[in-house]
Ligand binder design. Structure first.
Ligand code: AMP
Length: 431
């Protein structure tokens, strides 16, 4: 027995688990095509400065950071958005907008391993760059809704807020951005008491405190009612009112037509990442306490990376957690298992011919394995049965003299002698 194990927080995906993850990944990719998002690949290793620039303290502290042999301070990407922002500010600087980009891959965070929380995890990311219109936000929300629906996930809802509501209030109260970020972090952790104490210490007005307190108590499913209530609460804060109106417009568009989805509107909802400027949302299912993904608008991010001021909105789908939700709900992974063939040489002299026939079948797109360990026919057949192979092709000297082989149907255990020339046709006919 080898003493090597996976590093804490890291996982192996054996074939069955890998298939499930890849299935979800494949559906995210199908949606990218359906909505016109082009796939890009960016490196897992980026400069520390880039990754640290605007990720938020939370993620910064949990980054895998190291110095490479050349002495560069680098990190493993904890999210895709920084890499995308780098591209928009550099290589895609002059690309016509809007840009719709899709990326999928593994990310790394030194999180405390627990249910649904890993140190290497997978995300599918959709970013819409170059529009500040509510229909762009609505599109990102719709893709998220479409994905969960398409995967057969039930009873999911989107927790939705808007960073502009809290920031609008804090700005008008003269609270600096740095301090706002700290307050948003506290709110992300639901530490309202701490946040309110800090805000008070920073000299905010009594009106501000009562407004925020009210906001902390406002949430509900009836989206437009909650928005109306919030609008009344924040009426003295011009930009907060505008944020509520923006959210209302997004939801009017997103909920149009057949796009049904449940919402939980929470105007005091904050997300740990500092770069959000508008709507923020997270999909949930009742069976899991953790979010399946996270999205929002981040209009200032690209500027921060030295690009031109460019509005952008995007979402990160947490593939691992989506897989967990599907398992909890017994949703079906529609993994196509193709019927396979195995080619078995009856004697050692038949190996070359068996090899040749295997190639012929694969060239005809029939998934084919060759018996490569020199087992007897009966051993090879029982192994094929165990592995649910559909057809066995037995290559023996007598049949071969007449350019024939024996085709055995492993489910019915029937077999017949077939011309090699007819083999592909016979197998395809049996499908
Ligand atoms: P964030 O970038 O923090 O907004 O995360 C977006 C989504 O990525 C989350 O909603 C999760 O689905 C997924 N995610 C984040 N961190 C982890 C983790 N440590 N393990 C598994 N999934 C994660």
């Amino acid at each position: 027995m080898s003493m090597f194990k996976t590093v804490r927080g890291m996982r192996d995906f054996l074939p069955r688990d890998a298939k499930e993850l890849i299935y979800v990944e494949q559906v995210t990719r199908e949606l990218a095509v359906l909505y016109g998002y082009e796939e890009i690949l960016t490196p897992a290793v980026e400069s520390y400065e880039l990754l640290a620039a605007k990720s938020g303290e939370e993620i910064r502290q949990r980054m895998y950071v190291f110095t490479d042999i050349g002495g560069r301070k680098v990190g493993l990407r904890p999210e895709f958005t920084a890499s995308v922002a780098r591209l928009i500010a550099t290589k895609l600087r002059n690309a016509p907008k809007p840009l719709k980009l899709f990326s999928v891959g593994s990310l790394y965070r030194y999180d405390e391993p627990q249910y649904g929380r890993f140190r290497e995890f997978w995300q599918a990311n959709y970013e819409l760059i170059g529009s500040d219109q509510p229909e762009a936000d609505a599109e990102i929300l719709t893709i998220s809704n479409h994905l969960l629906k398409k995967l057969g996930i039930r009873n999911y809802y989107f927790k939705i807020g808007h960073v502009g509501i809290l920031r609008g209030i804090l700005n008008q109260e003269g609270i600096m951005e740095e301090q706002q970020n700290q307050i948003m972090q506290m709110l992300d952790k639901k530490r309202w008491k701490n946040a309110l104490t800090t805000i008070k210490q920073l000299g905010a007005s009594r009106q501000c405190l009562t407004t925020l307190k009210k906001i902390s108590e406002t949430k509900g499913k009836a989206a437009f009612d909650i928005l109306k209530e919030t609008e009344d609460t924040v009426q003295n804060y011009r930009n907060a009112v505008a944020a509520v109106e923006n959210l209302r417009q997004i939801l009017v568009v997103a909920k149009a037509g057949e796009n049904k989805f449940e919402t939980l509107i929470e105007p005091g909802f904050a997300r740990g990442l500092e770069y959000y400027t508008g709507i923020i949302f997270e999909p949930y299912v009742p069976e899991l306490e953790i979010a399946l993904g996270g999205g929002g608008r981040y209009d200032k991010l690209i500027e921060l990376f030295g690009g031109e001021s460019t509005p952008a909105v995007g979402v990160a789908q947490g593939i691992d957690r989506i897989v967990l939700a599907m398992k909890k709900q017994k949703a079906k992974f529609k993994i196509q298992e193709e019927k396979r063939a195995v080619v078995i040489p009856v004697t050692a002299e038949m190996k070359t011919k068996a090899f040749e026939i295997s190639s012929m079948l694969r060239n005809a797109k029939i998934p084919t394995e060759m018996e490569v360990v020199g087992r007897s026919v009966s051993k090879a057949l029982s192994d094929a049965n165990r592995r649910k192979v559909a057809y066995a092709v037995l290559v023996g000297p007598e049949e071969l003299e007449e350019e024939k082989i024996v085709l055995r149907y492993l489910t019915t255990r029937k077999q017949k002698t077939v011309d090699i020339k007819e083999l592909v046709k016979k197998i395809k006919a049996a499908k």
